[in-house]
Design a protein around this ligand. Structure first.
Ligand SMILES: Cc1cc2nc3c(=O)[nH]c(=O)nc-3n(C[C@H](O)[C@H](O)[C@H](O)COP(=O)(O)OP(=O)(O)OC[C@H]3O[C@@H](n4cnc5c(N)ncnc54)[C@H](O)[C@@H]3O)c2cc1C
Length: 395
C-alpha cells in the first residue's frame, strides 16, 4: 500500500501546527498530514510571548500568527510597580487556525481523534489508517490540558489559571498588558492577575497561581476575576470566551528517562510539551515550538528513525541547558513559603530589563545568573542553600 503522506503529525496544536507551517513555507514538496482531534487547529488558547523571546528570523515567519502586539507591559507587586519596554505579542487560536488552514490546505485533517501512533503511520478512532515513512507525536501534555501530573521522571509544580475574555461596558482605558498584578491576596501559592487589553472594550483577565497542586477551582477563579475587574473599575458586560491551563513548571527531573518512558509507549519523534519542551519557570512553550519547527524543517531525513533521533537529542540538549531555570523554580516553590513566593518575583522585577528579557527567553548569561542570586535573598537563606544542590533524578 502506498503512503498517504511523507510526514504525519499527530496533534494540530501549537508544536505540531508550527512544524507543518514551517515545512509548508520552506519545503512545499514535502507531503504533510496534520491530524487533529478537535474541530479546529490550536484549541482554545491565547499564546503570548515577548518579542525578544524570538530571533528576528523566527519572528519573520511566525509574524502572521500574531493577532495582538503591545509596546511595553506592567508588573505590579505590593512594594514595586514597574513599566517595562519590551514588546509583548499574542497568537490567538482563531488566528492560528485561520493562517494554518490557509497555508496548509488539504494537509489538515480535523475532527480526527487518533487511537494509535506508530513509526509508519496512525490509526484513527474510527478505524481509518494513514501511512507515512515519518511520524511525529505532537499530542500535547500527557493527560490533556487540564494537567494531571502524568509526567514520569519529572518533578513538576504548576502554573494554573482561568482566563475570561470579556467585553467591557465602557472603554476600559488599559493600554498595555499587566503581565503580573500580585497586589491581590496571596493564596494557593504565588497568585497574580494577568490582563491583556485586546481592544478598547475587550480584556482577557486571568487569575493565575504558581501552585503545588494541579486542581483548578473554576467557579472560585471566575468570582476572583469579577472581583478584580470591579476593583479596577471595569464593568464586564459579557463574557466572550474562557480558557484555562495547568502548565508544568519544572523543578527537577531526568529527561532521558522521561523520553524513554514515552518512547516505550509510542516509539516515534515527539514535539511540544510531550518532548518536555517548555520554559521550566513559566511553563510557556511558544518559543520552543518555533525552534523545534525550524529544526525539523531543516532536517534532511524526515523518516521516523531519524526524526526520533533528532527530537530526542534536541529535547535532551534543551533540558540540560536549563538546569539554572529549574533551580529558580525550586527557589520559588521550595525555599519560599507559599504566601511569600511573590517576594521572589518582586525582587526579580527590580533587576535591569535586558536581564528580565533574557530570563524569559531562557538566554541568561553567566553574569546574569550570578546577579540573580546575589544580594539579600527574599527567602530564608538556609532553605535557599538547600536548593542549590545538584538536581537529583526523579523516581
Ligand atoms: C490556555 C493556555 C494558555 C497558554 N498560554 C501560553 C502563552 O501565553 N504562551 C506560551 O508560550 N505558552 C502558553 N501555554 C502553554 C503551552 O504553550 C501550550 O500548552 C501549548 O499549546 C503546548 O503546545 P503543544 O503543541 O505541546 O500542545 P497543544 O497545543 O495542546 O497541542 C496538542 C494537540 O494535539 C491534539 N490531540 C491530543 N490528542 C490527540 C489525539 N488522540 N488525536 C488527535 N489529536 C490529538 C490536541 O487536541 C491539541 O490540539 C498555554 C497553555 C494553555 C492551556
Amino acid at each position: 500500500m502506498s503512503d498517504d503522506a511523507d510526514l504525519i503529525i499527530a496533534g494540530g496544536g501549537l508544536a505540531g501546527g508550527l512544524i507543518a507551517l514551517r515545512l509548508a513555507q520552506t519545503r512545499p514538496e514535502v507531503r504533510v498530514l496534520l491530524v487533529e482531534q478537535g474541530p479546529t487547529l490550536g484549541g482554545r488558547h491565547t499564546w503570548s510571548s515577548f518579542e525578544t523571546d524570538l530571533k528576528p528570523a523566527s519572528r519573520a515567519w511566525t509574524d502572521r500568527l500574531i493577532a495582538h502586539r503591545w509596546q511595553g507591559y506592567e508588573v505590579r507587586f505590593p512594594a514595586h510597580h514597574r513599566t517595562l519596554q519590551a514588546a509583548y505579542r499574542s497568537v490567538t487560536s482563531e488566528r492560528f487556525h485561520a493562517e494554518l488552514s490557509a497555508q496548509l490546505g488539504p494537509a489538515v485533517l480535523t475532527n480526527a481523534p487518533i487511537a494509535e501512533v506508530a513509526p509508519d503511520g496512525v490509526r484513527l478512532a474510527d478505524g481509518r489508517r494513514f501511512k507515512a515513512p515519518g511520524v511525529i507525536d505532537a499530542r500535547g501534555q500527557a493527560g490533556g490540558e487540564k494537567g494531571t501530573g502524568a509526567a514520569p521522571h519529572l518533578i513538576l509544580a504548576w502554573q494554573k489559571f482561568l482566563g475570561v475574555e470579556a467585553i467591557t461596558g465602557q472603554p476600559h482605558g488599559l493600554t498595555r498588558p499587566i503581565v503580573m498584578d500580585a497586589t491581590v491576596p496571596q493564596e494557593d501559592g504565588y497568585r497574580f492577575v494577568y490582563v491583556l487589553p485586546l481592544a478598547p472594550d475587550r480584556l482577557l483577565i486571568e487569575d493565575t497561581f504558581y501552585s503545588d497542586g494541579a486542581d483548578l477551582d473554576v467557579a472560585r477563579l471566575r468570582t476572583n476575576i469579577e472581583r478584580y475587574a470591579a476593583a479596577q473599575g471595569w464593568s464586564l458586560a459579557r463574557v466572550a470566551r474562557t480558557e484555562q491551563g495547568v502548565l508544568p513548571i519544572a523543578l527537577e527531573g531526568d529527561i532521558q528517562a522521561f523520553l524513554a518512558a514515552g518512547e516505550r509507549e509510542t516509539p516515534v519523534a515527539r514535539a511540544g510539551l510531550r518532548a518536555g519542551l517548555f520554559h521550566p519557570l513559566t511553563g510557556y512553550s511558544f518559543p520552543d515550538a518555533v525552534g523545534l519547527a525550524e529544526r525539523v524543517a531543516a532536517a534532511r531525513d524526515l523518516r521516523s528513525p531519524s526524526l526520533l533521533a533528532l527530537t530526542r537529542a534536541h529535547a535532551i540538549k534543551t533540558w540540560e541547558a536549563r538546569s539554572y531555570y529549574r533551580l529558580l523554580s525550586r527557589l520559588l516553590f521550595r525555599a519560599a513559603a507559599p504566601e511569600q513566593r511573590f517576594r521572589v518575583m518582586q525582587r526579580f522585577y527590580r533587576l535591569p530589563e535586558p536581564l528580565v528579557e533574557r530570563l524569559y527567553a531562557a538566554h541568561l548569561t553567566p553574569a546574569d545568573k550570578l546577579r540573580i542570586l546575589t544580594g539579600k535573598p527574599p527567602v530564608p537563606i538556609l532553605a535557599a542553600l538547600r536548593q542549590l544542590r545538584k538536581e537529583t533524578p526523579a523516581p
